[in-house]
Design a protein around this ligand. Structure first.
Ligand code: NAD
Length: 355
């Protein structure tokens, strides 16, 4: 069977990594018809929009996409295309596995955890009030009137909505995932001692859902303690369930535990579509240098292959990546700073083990 998959090469280091991921996925023998479309900064410069209609149409039609990282200009410019895609397709669950590769020399061993992150709400909802806008002044007045709290008049404000509906949905997804993947427990992450009405609600609703899954234990941890525990004893965690922003930050931390951002894949899942990508960004200063690790995007490809039911090919590709990393001789600078090879050469070695 041929699968049609949308491929967004992305910005910065995206195109070179996407090319290698595509080669490696094709080398598994799975028939994929790649529908290549352009989004992000390159599209903005050419077409005046970072997210052309053709990109949305392609994902809508194919239901599955592999995406290189996209640049989001800091401060001004356009809003994050990644966040727009997650909202547009209601990709409410973000899954980020973090696993040490047995035999690879790293500071930590035996880490095998999955971050499941609510992907649509929280401080990522993009509801922001600009400093000095009339609406911002009104909001400041409303807060004074209703809560008797002062917000300095020269403030910008970002809102953090967390709903029972979205929390219930991600909790059900996480418990179901735990059951299907034989995971042992879920650790929910909040700062509910400070944000009672948002983080407090998040944990309360997760606990409600947990009653329907008695075989999956649930525990709770504050985000600050989680960070300490992760760098001291990450092996104690299995599934970490977080609201949107904490999940984003903790994913980078966890990537650092298991070999760095070059090794960390990510899946954004909704009821109708799924987009697979690396956790890392477009690292523009390394663009075109053939230096960055292609594995995060290749492992995102592994997740994509599983999603479309190609489990045998996914297993083979994952095993090939692990062999190359364990062998340590044909790897990029992040994994072997003394004698690195290039992006393309590392992908060549992965393909060698696929033969
Ligand atoms: P980044 O992830 O692009 O880079 C941070 C550092 O991580 C790099 O300097 C590099 O040392 C390392 N790194 C990243 N990818 C690597 C790889 N494949 N192999 C080895 N090392 C790697 O983060 P940033 O510099 O904060 O962001 C750059 C741009 O990417 C921004 O515009 C940001 O908005 C965007 N971004 C996009 C996504 C996405 O598309 N999902 C995610 C994060 C950031």
């Amino acid at each position: 069977m041929t699968h049609t998959v949308t491929l967004i090469p992305g910005d910065g280091i995206g195109p070179e990594l996407a090319a290698e991921a595509r080669r490696c996925i094709d080398a598994t023998g799975v028939a994929i018809n790649w529908d290549v479309v352009e989004a992000g900064l390159s599209s903005f410069k050419k077409h005046g929009t970072p997210l052309p209609r053709a990109v949305l149409d392609s994902i809508e039609k194919n239901h599955v996409a592999l995406k290189g990282p996209l640049t989001t200009p800091a401060g001004s410019g356009y809003r994050s295309v990644n966040v727009q895609l997650r909202h547009h397709f209601d990709l409410y669950a973000c899954i980020r596995p973090c696993k040490t590769i047995t035999g690879f020399k790293s500071a930590l061993q035996d880490v095998d955890l999955v971050i499941i992150r609510e992907n649509t709400e929280d401080l990522y909802s993009g509801i922001e009030f600009q400093e000095q806008d009339a609406a911002t002044r009104e909001l400041i007045e409303l807060v004074k009137k209703t809560l008797d709290k002062d917000i300095p008049p020269d403030s910008g404000i970002s809102l953090k909505p967390i709903s029972r509906t979205a929390t219930r949905r991600i909790a059900q997804f996480a418990f179901d995932y735990a059951r299907r993947h034989k995971r042992n427990k879920i650790t929910a992450v909040t700062k509910s001692n400070i944000m009672k009405y948002t983080d407090g609600l998040f944990f309360e609703e997760i606990r409600n859902v947990s009653y329907s899954f008695p075989s999956v234990p649930l525990e709770h941890i504050y985000i600050d303690n989680l960070c300490f525990q992760l760098v001291s004893a990450p092996q104690q965690f299995d599934i970490i369930l977080t609201p949107n922003l904490y999940g984003d930050i903790v994913s980078d931390l966890c990537a650092g535990l298991v070999g760095g951002l070059g090794m960390a894949p990510s899946a954004n899942i909704g009821d109708n579509c799924a987009i697979f990508e690396a956790v890392h960004g477009s690292a523009p200063k390394y663009a075109g240098k053939n230096e960055m690790n292609p594995c995060a995007l290749i492992l995102a490809g592994v997740m994509m292959l599983r999603h479309v039911g190609e489990h045998a090919a996914a297993d083979r590709l994952q095993a090939a990546v692990e062999k190359v990393v364990r062998e340590g001789q044909y790897v990029t600078r992040d994994l072997n700073p003394r004698q690195p090879v290039g992006t393309r050469e590392m992908a060549d070695r992965i393909m060698y083990f696929l033969q």
